[in-house]
Write a protein that binds this ligand. Structure first.
Ligand SMILES: Cc1cc2nc3c(=O)[nH]c(=O)nc-3n(C[C@H](O)[C@H](O)[C@H](O)COP(=O)(O)OP(=O)(O)OC[C@H]3O[C@@H](n4cnc5c(N)ncnc54)[C@H](O)[C@@H]3O)c2cc1C
Length: 414
């Protein structure tokens, strides 16, 4: 990274990554590890923020192992889910079992996202070509001769320009980069929204799983001393839920999760309940000359299956694998960017199709139901046959077309 034109507020780099989420931090880390000069711009001052999903899947654990970082990562605070159990009505069934995967990644690690991002930032800083600028909010693109040549950002020290051979938009589902680039979005739609909240957990409480009953769908994530709860509601129903009042909402939680009945008062105000407006979309074209979008910026995912972080990381690995060499040699073309979309569009489409099928075929009918529910025959069959539990475990934990690290490692400075 070098100041350009002698101006102190203009930087020049090889790759400018916008957004320090899972996709951006992994891409920044891998490119710097390969010796490519990279600037990551993150609008927040730190990685601490509202809950945005804390799941690190077996395929990501595998990547961390390939990078020789798994043992160090798992020293950070986390919980492990080796099975996913769902209670439908009065019957509890196991729907996914990860224990058959290689021992060191036979689970989903539930780790606060900031721990994971902070870990990646710490490892990336060992490479001299890695530069992370926090508090840098990208507001526009610099375009020259028909290609994107950099970004404009605001920082506490004033405006900043970062000029780069390639800009990668990793700035999430409300991406400024994709909006400014005018990339066309295909909105697939989602019939649900999610209310997220946390309530304390006792050692005697059950672990991670789901609780489904007539008109009610909860996902319960065991976070050690607290639960992260997701209450799935029909799209746009949040206003109706809130209008019914907090006491009624507490009762809904207590009825669905009776072991929490004595603790629902921990939801003191509606500020303790966060609305996630669920979106499923994807870009028709993920790139323009000088610019690429990956992760949620290229394809917003539904929370079904909790796979958004994993997909974002897989995108980053594929991007680094395909682009590090042309970036290094200065030969990057639009065809290289098209290769990234070609590689990652298929897993995105398949996963989104699976999410749409689950939303329409399972979640919506549950929310519309009024009679007591029993597990459908397919779940009872999966529960009885441990071998069948490997299929959802594979779909959720490993996903479609898992990536492997093919980038080299440059010398470290620290
Ligand atoms: C409430 C909630 C719960 C979720 N639960 C799960 C789950 O359990 N499991 C799962 O896998 N996924 C979950 N997801 C989805 C998951 O968070 C995303 O799919 C994943 O984080 C996408 O990673 P990303 O790096 O592409 O984008 P993001 O994680 O959205 O990261 C984008 C980054 O860009 C930064 N940024 C945005 N705009 C700018 C700008 N203009 N300039 C500079 N920086 C910018 C943001 O601050 C952020 O750090 C959840 C999402 C939400 C909202």
């Amino acid at each position: 990274m070098t100041p350009a034109d002698g101006a102190s507020r203009t930087l020049s780099t090889t790759c400018c990554v916008v957004g320090g989420g899972p996709a951006g931090m992994m891409l920044g880390f891998l490119l710097a590890r390969a010796g490519i000069d990279v600037v990551v711009l993150e609008k927040h001052a730190d990685f601490l923020r509202d809950f945005r999903g804390d799941t690190i899947h077996p395929s990501t654990l595998n990547l961390m192992q390939e990078l020789g970082l798994l043992d160090a990562l798992l020293k950070r605070p986390h919980n492990r889910a080796t099975q996913l159990r769902v209670q439908v009505g009065d019957t509890s069934v196991t729907v996914a079992d990860f224990s058959w995967l290689p021992r060191e990644r036979a689970f989903i690690a539930l780790m606060p996202q900031w721990e994971f991002l902070d870990f990646l930032a710490g490892k990336a800083k060992r490479y001299p070509s890695f530069h992370l600028l926090m508090n840098a909010n990208v507001t526009g693109l610099i375009e020259e001769r028909g290609r994107v040549a950099g970004v404009q950002a605001t920082t506490p020290d004033g405006p900043l320009e970062v000029r780069a051979r390639l800009v990668v938009g990793c700035d999430g589902r409300h991406s400024t980069v994709r909006a400014k680039a005018g990339l066309e979005i295909e909105d697939i739609g989602a019939p649900i929204d999610v209310l997220w909240m946390r309530i304390s957990r006792l050692p005697t409480d059950p672990g991670t799983g789901g609780r489904i009953d007539a008109g009610s769908f909860f996902a319960v994530l065991d976070r050690g001393d607290y639960f992260q709860l997701a209450y799935v509601i029909p799209k746009g129903a949040a206003e109706r839920v809130m209008a019914a009042g907090l006491p009624a909402f507490r009762q809904t939680v207590a009825k669905a999760l009776p072991f929490l009945a004595g603790r629902v008062d921990e939801l003191k105000t509606w500020d303790d309940v966060k609305l996630l407006s669920v979106t499923i979309d994807r870009l028709r074209t993920w790139y323009r000359p000088g610019l690429l979008c990956i992760g949620d910026a290229a394809h917003a995912m539904s929370p079904v299956g909790g796979v958004g972080i994993n997909l974002a990381i897989q995108d980053a690995v594929a991007t680094a694998n395909l682009l590090w060499k042309p970036l290094k040699d200065g030969t990057l073309t639009e065809a290289d960017l098209a290769r990234v979309q070609k590689r990652r569009e298929f897993p995105t489409r398949v996963t989104q199709r699976f999410q749409v099928a689950a939303q329409n075929g399972i979640v919506q009918p549950v929310l519309a139901s009024t009679a007591p529910l029993r597990p459908p025959w397919i779940l009872r069959l999966v529960d009885r046959c441990p071998l069948l539990q490997r299929i959802p475990a594979r779909l959720i934990g490993v996903g479609v077309r898992p990536e492997h690290v093919h980038t080299p490692e440059a010398p470290r400075a620290r």
